[in-house]
Design a protein around this ligand. Sequence first.
Ligand SMILES: [Zn+2]
Length: 507
Amino acid sequence: MRISAVLGFLFLGLQALAQNTQVDYESIYKIKDEGFNNSQVMDIAWNLTDRIGPRLTGSEGLKKAYDWTSQMYKDWGLTNVKVEAWGDFGPGWEVDKNYLAMTVPYYQAMIAIPKAWTPGTGKEITAEVVYVEVNTEEDLAKYKGNLKGKVVLMPTTINAENGYEADARRYTEEELEGLTKVTVRGGGGGGNFSASRMSEFRRASNLRRAAYTMLKEEGVAMILNTSRGGGQGTFFTSNGSRNDDSALPEMEMAPEHYNRMVRLLQKGEKVMVEAETKTRFLKNDTKGYNVLGEIQGSDAKLKNEVVMLGAHLDSWFAGTGATDNAAGSAVMMEAMRILKESGVKLRRTVRIALWSGEEQGIFGSRNYAQNTFMTDKKPNAAHQNFSAYYNMDNGTGAIRGIYLQGNEATKGLFEEWFKPFHDIGASTITVNNTGGTDHLAFDGIGLPGFQFIQDPIAYSTRTHHTNMDVFEALEEVDLKKNAVIIAALVMQTANMDAKMPRKPKEF
Ligand SMILES: [Zn+2]
């Protein structure tokens, strides 16, 4: 090859790089104008939370959310709008009545809610409360024959002490800097779960199972539980087995109320409760769905290629799933609305997905990714034509930067593309991973999937999976910023000459 040809080739390469990374300030201006001056993000979030309510996968609430979000897509002029089944989820579940009060030694309402996918009491019950103090399987024998019709409390280490730190906070500059540091571990990698912790874990879960079997055999009226919360009446919800028709009625409750009954019983006081819960298993349609919509790409050559953005629409049910994840759903919908309304050029097709079944195991996105991008466990043409996926599921907090999931080849792009957002606090690019949500569905099959660094606000202290995950927890300014940043990143990704660089992966 002649020298001039080599130089020419180099020059073209640099030019291509420049075109890929270049910030499109004209489009960014339009996106900021629409997103900051005509924002609908809080209205979308209000509809998902206050109006539609909790959106547990398979519930009537989530079905309403499928209908409303897909209608909004259509109103905004998106195409290929689909509420698409991803596979079988199993029965849905709804709470129709929820009541628990302590009646002896005095009357007081208790903060409690049925554990998901457990049956209700059906009718009002009045029952004595028993503290079943089991630390080994042998302890169970002490209670044999004494528990029929009783309400049972079990030992817990959860308490609700006064907190001396603010529940809500933002990242400091030092913390953001810390997130960019990569830790290289010694040893052969893998987990460092010690054998003794493993065996303790197994022992505890065997004990739980044995205790549950005994409580069922005894015919207890209901089990009460508490779980980690933020104190001051906040508690986390969870679910039992989703396919156990013989499960016992069970409620989860605020640690303060739970522990008060435990203390009374331990001091020899008599405790009685009154309760009535009604729950329903929904077995008519056991499929799970995702809500999809598109803006078609404008470039004849590139419109078969796709850039995606998404968030999970399903939630827990004790609150209204505001920060987890009406926030992410509303931001992604708003980003899509901004892209459409501002009329910015999009060379590739942009597709939004609102997932379900995330809280039970990232089912909606994983099944979608498998159904769409893989054929016989091998990447197909859609896999080839895919560029990148952006996800939001870290609560209501402002985007401060992005996790690259180890995809270092994208660093230069994001460093450039975040420049227009440095002055609203978003500038941290970290090669580190973040886990636990839907971008993993893409990452797992070799497709670039990203999730953002967001200010924590009160996500882990107060709102994530709790009874207090409600509209008040949402930060309007943060959600507006997030929709604008995500719309801009999606626009840049849709318009670059090449697809997003990928990590190497063997199939
Ligand atoms: Zn979530």
